[in-house]
Design a protein around this ligand. Sequence first.
Ligand SMILES: CC(C)(COP(=O)(O)OP(=O)(O)OC[C@H]1O[C@@H](n2cnc3c(N)ncnc32)[C@H](O)[C@@H]1OP(=O)(O)O)[C@@H](O)C(=O)NCCC(=O)NCCS
Length: 266
Amino acid sequence: MSVTVPPSGSRGVRFPRFLARLGNRFMVWQFGRRGGRTQGGVDGLLLETVGARTGEPRRAVLGYLAEGDDAWLVIAALAGAARHPAWLHNLAQQPDATIQFDDGRRVEVRAETLEGDDLDEAWKRIGLDAPEYAQELDLRWRVLRQPLGFAPDAVVFPFEAESLHLVALDGGRVVGCVLFHPEGPESGRLFQMAVEPDRQGTRLGTRLVRTLEAELARRGYREVILHARDTAVGFYAGLGYVPVGPPYSEVGIPHQNMRRALQPRS
Ligand SMILES: CC(C)(COP(=O)(O)OP(=O)(O)OC[C@H]1O[C@@H](n2cnc3c(N)ncnc32)[C@H](O)[C@@H]1OP(=O)(O)O)[C@@H](O)C(=O)NCCC(=O)NCCS
């Protein structure tokens, strides 16, 4: 059990070091005064590490998910930058650290990097606990299920955690979404496609489908299938989806299965 530093990413947001340092200092200052919510709206803790190069104490505010009473899951993401946060390098050298919560509670911890099944399970929890997921569910309910008279929980599918969720954000607000459930090594189902009513007809749906398809092609998928409502058949047809089989009824409205082959990425 140890902390590993994977290779840096090849793409990611540009995040100059001085800005990262400034942002960190501000968040630590704010943590002391206003308590532990991160910019993204998740619970935050203050991590104290030992600087890998300087040996000086270093502090960073991180969002976390509690894993029982004595473990906390954090993500070394640095706001999506290609490189890693300094605290990951610090923990790789000295995994013994201290965390502090906004009620002043301090806990001695030993950091470890998750791998294999543990990492897969953690990703599922991270996704389902994300504030964007709650917004995505709300959008799906309002656009797809409420008009049909269903209750909010009717929007949750049994295979949510195994599905890929793509959301369109505008100023932190989820304004569109589409999901994909793998149903074979090279094929799967696009489902729960929804665009905020005041954004419909602005090509957001098109961008969501095309972005999803590009990611699926990158992951080696060759085919997307979907159950189109009859009112959306024209939308999908415009994106190259062709009808398969006869129309049928689902959630009380007419549907048509459609499919599209994806071009493998060269
Ligand atoms: C269907 C939906 C996802 C499309 O997203 P959108 O952002 O509104 O669509 P876009 O602006 O990208 O439209 C792209 C093209 O499809 C056309 N289009 C959009 N909806 C259409 C429909 N229902 N029937 C026929 N054509 C449609 C648009 O006119 C546009 O055509 P153009 O390229 O000639 O201008 C969105 O309108 C929506 O959320 N609808 C309600 C929920 C729904 O039906 N979801 C699908 C469930 S299977």
